[in-house]
Write a new protein. Structure first.
Lengths: 447, 141
């Protein structure tokens, strides 16, 4: 087959797969079956289009093909099950009726509301709490992102068979748990939405701060998460946190071009060349943040984080950052999350607003938090504060500890360099005390 | 990847004649679909070149030329910026746009740092970074 047709099929698949699976799910009410049928339609396209040419309406072609396969499948099922039980046969009959009804509406005539519902159902099922976070992320990328198993495996740095297994098991779990296909009832909506947002942010962060391996980031995953966030913002325009998460991702992504140096080494927020920040994403992030705020709902954790990111975005140079406002936002975030990691971030902001001594007290109070025991940023932040206070020997020890804890090769190099820098200063007979005037402030966490 | 899609001007757009209500509504529908799919980052229509200006550079000389400009086929009447996975995805989207009458709409990928690939060695990258820094300093002063 010519590469060109293959590329076209891949492009059509990317555009159509989610709504195809969503519509099939509505008809056959099984994630496993809906996905299989969609895949069969894809294979049919790959076989036929090179000779017949790409149809004028490729989406409708895929839908018709999948629908016919669905009918074949259900007919077979009905035949077999007639022997076994009345219940299953009745289910198959019902599904066939649903398909035949839907035959009247070609894909084009499906209303926006129906299409939206199909996609939303798919979102909520892919992110169902009955699944592990990893399984939810994989299934979401597969069913909503239209990514192949190989692509998802590569993105999460696991062997392809492992990822294939994970996806198969996830679909089976959904079937066995008899997860309902209706949208979550209003009472459950917020909780279920939290699970969806968590998965999208997990995907974004897997790309943004790769915790393993050589690459500091895998921008493609960020793009996928952004796309999902943008789609969700259209599907649920009244939910402030959806816009909050989108704002957070757009604003963080706007810094991607400035986050790595010439050798691929990470550049921390305050050292970044802000002229390299992506102005289009920055603007989109600010707009999404304003939309989140305008809905006048209590600020959730994504909107608060977006507010912090927006503070950084507003500062033309690092020195202009409104650290007092950032501390206040972290206060609210600590209140909401009670997370020691957030408290650690708050301590960094405090050091910028009120000096390293005040922050060191806060960090020391966190030393026993179980969640932070093997977290490299705790010694990293502590080292930074000690360094600023002129306590270079202690700083070097902390940076070395942090370097030993991180799984990211680039980050390890950065931390080792800082340990060395601390050792040098100690022997370099520089006067101890506060940061020397003109020295660049450094920050470890907020990126 | 990010692409820019250029919609060319024609006699009507240059004359400031608005498209038919039907076309506008179809175009709005298409735009909505792009937004819903998370593809459209930005998009704007441009005013006729009767409101445009050009600056010609020749040595130290700068000549300002007032619109309108004649070669309407090469003029741009509007643009989109899309986030897509491949240029083929952009092509598939563009095929769904409600254009007609032989108009040719162009898709151009926007440069990203990684596109410089092997030609952009670490040294060159560093140089470019220094250059940007220099420019930044000058703009700041």
């Amino acid at each position: 087959m010519s590469d060109a047709t293959q590329e076209t099929v891949a492009a059509v698949w990317r555009i159509e797969s989610a709504r195809l699976i969503g519509a099939l799910l509505r008809m056959v009410r099984s994630v496993e079956l809906a996905e299989d049928l969609a895949q069969e339609a894809l294979v049919a396209a790959l076989t036929n289009w090179p000779t017949t040419g790409v149809p004028e309406n490729p989406g409708a072609w895929l839908m018709t093909t999948a629908r016919n396969r669905a009918l074949d499948h259900l007919r077979r099922q009905k035949m077999q099950q007639r022997k076994h039980g009345v219940f299953e046969a009745a289910m198959a009959t019902e599904a066939m009726a649903a398909i035949e009804t839907s035959e009247r509406d070609t894909l084009a005539s499906v209303t926006d509301a129906e299409l939206g519902d199909d996609l939303l159902r798919l979102v909520f099922i892919s992110c169902h709490p009955v699944l592990s976070r990893e399984a939810r992320a994989a299934l979401t990328l597969r069913m909503l992102g239209g990514l192949s198993t190989a692509e998802i495996a590569r993105a999460f740095l696991v062997p392809e068979p492992t990822m294939a297994q994970r996806i198969v098991r996830a679909k089976r779990t959904l079937g066995e748990a008899r997860v309902p296909f209706e949208l979550p009832p209003t009472a459950e909506l917020r909780d279920r939405l939290a699970s969806v947002l968590e998965v999208i942010y997990l995907i974004f962060n897997a790309g943004y701060a790769a915790t393993q391996g050589e690459d500091w980031m895998r921008p493609e995953l960020c793009q996928e998460a952004l796309r999902l966030g943008r789609i969700l913002a259209q599907l649920m325009p009244g939910e402030a946190e959806v816009h909050g998460l989108l704002a957070l991702m757009e604003l963080n992504a706007s810094r991607l071009p400035a986050r790595t140096g010439p050798q691929g080494e990470p550049i921390l927020l305050l050292d970044q060349d802000r002229s390299r920040w992506d102005q289009l994403l920055l603007h989109r992030g600010q707009t999404a943040f304003e939309r989140a705020q305008s809905l006048q709902q209590p600020l959730g954790c994504y909107t608060l984080q977006a507010a912090i990111a927006a503070c950084h975005a507003r500062a033309q140079v690092a020195a202009d950052t409104d650290w007092h406002r950032i501390v206040a936002l972290y206060d609210a975030l600590v209140e909401l999350t009670r997370s020691p990691i957030v408290e650690l971030n708050r301590a960094v902001a405090v050091s910028m607003a009120f000096g390293p001594a005040a922050a060191l007290e806060l960090v020391d109070a966190l030393a026993d938090a179980p969640a932070l025991q093997s977290y490299h940023l705790l010694p990293s932040v502590r080292g930074d504060l000690l360094f600023k206070l002129g306590r270079s020997v202690e700083a070097a020890t902390e940076f070395e500890r942090a370097a030993a804890l991180t799984h990211n090769a680039r980050e390890r190099a950065l931390l080792s360099a800082r340990a060395e820098e601390s050792r040098r200063r100690q022997t370099g007979a520089k006067a101890p005390g506060a940061t020397p005037p003109g020295a660049k402030p450094r920050i470890s966490i907020v990126r | 990847m990010r692409v820019m899609v250029f919609v060319p001007a024609d006699r009507n757009s240059e004359a400031g004649v608005m498209p038919s209500r039907e076309l506008i509504s179809k175009m709005m529908q298409f735009n909505e679909e792009l937004v819903r799919a998370g593809v459209m980052l930005d998009g704007q229509g441009l005013t006729p070149t009767s409101k445009a200006k050009r600056v010609r550079f020749s040595g130290a000389e700068r000549t300002v030329i007032d619109g309108p400009f004649a070669e309407s086929k090469e003029l741009v009447a509007g643009y989109w910026i899309w986030q897509v996975k491949s240029i083929e995805e952009a092509v598939e989207w563009l095929k769904r746009a409600p254009f007609d009458g032989g108009v040719e709409v162009t898709i151009r990928p926007i440069f990203a740092a990684e596109d410089f690939g092997k030609e952009m060695t670490p040294e060159l990258r560093h140089k470019e970074a220094q250059l940007r820094e220099e420019v930044g300093r000058r703009q700041g002063s």
